[in-house]
Design a protein. Structure first.
Length: 176
């Protein structure tokens, strides 16, 4: 490996780490999954950690121990894609030190947990904790939108404006 390629690999790894640390969500597509899913995570000891596949937790389709996953990281402030990278998926055993360290990080990031301090025990019984380890170089960013068409639904967001609304809005402006 030349010094230029080593420098590029280190820069790529630094970009992956910094972007993933700062992003609240990462888009992950596991082996055989039709599309990437937005997943919350915690960056700890050089890898992204996820918890899921249990009641009330995020689903982790296509992410199995030893497989690879494609991770796309977005900008927290602008929402645009920053970097895509390939990860090796490692499932952490609930009784290991790595699992305990990862869960300590994940616990602080989990919002609206129904069980508070009992969350780690529930995760050890009912969920999987995965470590997504960067494999090296970054991947080229995908072209175009990766958005999927919404599922067919009778729901609508557009409705006629109620007849009295303009009068109510004008009345409030007059009081100021």
């Amino acid at each position: 490996m030349t010094s230029e390629s080593l420098d590029q690999a280190l820069l790529d790894l630094a970009l992956v780490e910094e972007a993933t640390k700062k992003s609240g969500l990462i888009w992950v597509r596991g082996a055989g999954a039709p599309a990437a899913r937005a997943l919350w995570h915690a960056w700890h000891e050089g890898a992204a950690h996820l918890v899921g596949d249990g009641p009330g937790e995020q689903p982790l389709p296509g992410l199995t121990d030893g497989s690879e996953a494609e991770v796309t990281v977005r900008s927290k402030d602008k929402g645009g894609r920053l970097v895509s990278w390939t990860a090796k998926v490692v499932q952490l055993a609930p009784d290991s030190e790595d699992w305990a360290a990862a869960v300590a990080e994940l616990k602080g990031k989990r919002l609206n947990a129904p069980d508070g301090e009992a969350m780690p025990e529930r995760w050890s019984r009912e969920c999987r904790v995965l470590r997504l380890e960067p494999t090296g170089a970054t991947a080229p960013l995908p072209e175009g939108s990766l958005a999927q068409a919404p599922a067919p639904s009778p729901a609508t967001t557009r409705q006629p404006v109620p007849a009295g609304l303009p009068r109510l809005l004008l009345k409030k402006r007059g009081r100021r």
